[in-house]
Ligand binder design. Structure first.
Ligand code: CA
Length: 233
């Protein structure tokens, strides 16, 4: 049997750090604790954790700079933890290469769910060949044929809508910022702006969602971007 996944917690507030450590430990994961950026980077290189929970406000460096540094040499999933209301921080952290974020205060169930998503994604990326079909609920995307079905009925998408859908659907459960979506869908150096994403998202949703005010497949992360539904919540 393989050893339990190691979760590196980089957080300077002692109570928060202990809370996170106790929580992950009680769910069969191994916590590693660091209270500074320096300590966190040292543990990251020495112990190769499976997931990093990274507080953005650390005494000796900010989480954005750390995320960028880690991304130079590691693909380890990083979930940033930000203070309430700092939307820009979250967006910048995601643009810097973080995988997900949580806003304080958050619930234990939410944190564990996010950890499971990134762990599952790592496992899938290691083991499975690339998929040819993406399915969640009644939505099915045939990537080879470039066809999309909702409840077995084909829906016709424009090229941009299709790219938008598949860009998100290839990363289920993962939030993508407006900038990341613009780069992937429209390409580097595009003059398209976040409102273009919103416009095409609105038309895409009208085609694939039953109720565009309560979407099931592409969820809005307010002030940040979009997240494709996690097939196994
Ligand atoms: Ca802090």
């Amino acid at each position: 049997m393989s050893s339990p996944p190691k979760i590196l917690i980089v957080e300077d507030e002692r109570r928060m750090r202990r809370f996170l450590a106790t929580l992950v430990e009680s769910h069969g994961l191994t916590p590693l604790e660091a209270s500074t950026a320096k300590e966190g980077l040292a543990l990251l290189t020495e112990l190769a954790p499976d997931v990093v929970l990274l507080d953005l406000g650390l005494p000796d460096g900010d989480g954005l700079a750390i995320t960028r540094r880690v991304r130079e040499w590691s693909r380890v999933p990083i979930i940033v933890i930000s203070a309430r209301g700092l939307e820009d921080d979250k967006v910048q952290a995601l643009d810097a290469g973080a995988d997900d974020y949580l806003t304080k205060p958050f619930g234990a169930a939410e944190l564990l769910a996010r950890i499971r998503v990134v762990l599952r994604r790592s496992a899938v990326a290691e083991r499975e060949p690339p998929t040819h079909t993406i399915g969640v609920g009644g939505l099915r995307v045939d990537l080879d044929a470039r066809r999309v079905f909702v409840d077995e009925l084909e829906v016709h998408l424009t090229p941009i809508e299709y790219k938008l859908l598949t860009t998100l659907a290839r990363r289920p459960g993962r939030v993508m910022t407006h900038q990341q979506i613009l780069r992937e869908v429209w390409g580097d150096g595009t003059s398209a702006r976040p409102h273009h994403v919103r416009v095409h998202m609105a038309t895409l949703r009208r085609k694939i969602e039953d109720d565009t005010t309560a979407p099931r497949y592409v969820l809005t992360e307010i002030g940040v971007g979009y997240r494709f539904a996690d097939p196994e919540p």
